[in-house]
Design a protein around this ligand. Structure first.
Ligand code: BMP
Length: 241
């Protein structure tokens, strides 16, 4: 097992949770970034007994800016693992530069698209990730209906290049469990994180049943009146045993 896989599994087992929180909160006005920072800190403080890891999206990273994200992750002294959802999709040197930014901010793993291919893209990302000791997760299929128009039609090729690049795991849609099943068959030792639970329609626990290791839940938790109560409800379906 590589380091990110170990970190994520051991954290998950430590609190018996397969729940990853997605945070995509963002600012309408630049001036409020400290308010946003405090709001996210409050959410994270309330959820540490229920949530294994936190995936932070680009709307939030851009709103907080890199130094505040670093402060949030490192300064908080959390037990969580952190995933940077940058959905990298660029040529090698730019992709590597993005990955480095994630490492500097203190993330444990970064998400890249797989459709950029191996040569001059994923190969660079994975080699840069090794230098910084962070994990790489690829998107081989997506959860929204339009994903079936293009990206999911090349799912098998996305999976193939990801395996060739020896990524640490995958983001695979809870809304379309057939992709999770396929990855589980071939992705030995790799992690599967599944978004699409809650607001997008998949039921808590459904992706785990199909073979995922973690389910990613965003709005259903952070928009709830009591995020901790909601996380506790969802967690019933997301235990390790
Ligand atoms: P929510 O639970 O609020 O629908 O959020 C889902 C999260 O998972 C978002 O951060 C989104 O970017 C991410 N995601 C997704 O919804 N579908 C995918 O196919 C890939 C994703 O990363």
């Amino acid at each position: 097992m590589n380091n990110f896989v170990k970190v994520a599994v051991s954290r998950g087992k430590q609190i018996n949770s397969r729940l990853v929180l997605a945070i995509d909160l963002y600012l309408e006005r630049f001036s409020d970034k400290f308010k946003l920072y405090e709001k996210i800190q409050d959410i994270l403080s309330a959820l540490e007994n229920y949530v294994a890891g936190v995936k932070i999206g680009l709307p939030t990273i851009l709103s907080l800016t890199t130094d505040l994200v670093n402060d949030l992750i490192v300064g908080g002294n959390w037990e969580y693992f952190f995933i940077a959802d940058m959905k990298i999709a660029d040529v090698g040197h730019v992709s590597s530069a993005l990955l480095k930014q994630a490492a500097y901010m203190g993330f444990n793993a970064v998400i890249s698209h797989a459709a950029i291919g191996y040569k001059g893209a994923l190969e660079n990302i994975v080699s840069e990730a090794k230098k910084h000791k962070i994990g790489v997760l690829t998107v081989c299929a997506m959860s929204h209906p339009g994903a079936e128009e293009i990206i999911n039609t090349v799912f098998h090729r996305n999976l193939e290049v990801s395996l060739k690049a020896n990524v640490d795991g995958f983001i695979s849609p809870a809304t379309m469990p057939k992709y999770i099943r396929k990855i589980r068959e071939v992705g030995v030792g790799k992690l599967i994180f599944s978004p699409g639970v809650g607001v997008q329609g998949a039921s808590p626990g459904s992706a785990i049943k199909a073979g995922a290791d973690f389910e990613i839940v965003g709005r259903a938790i952070y928009e709830a009146e009591n995020p901790d109560v909601q996380a506790a409800n969802i967690l019933q379906y997301l235990r390790w045993e």
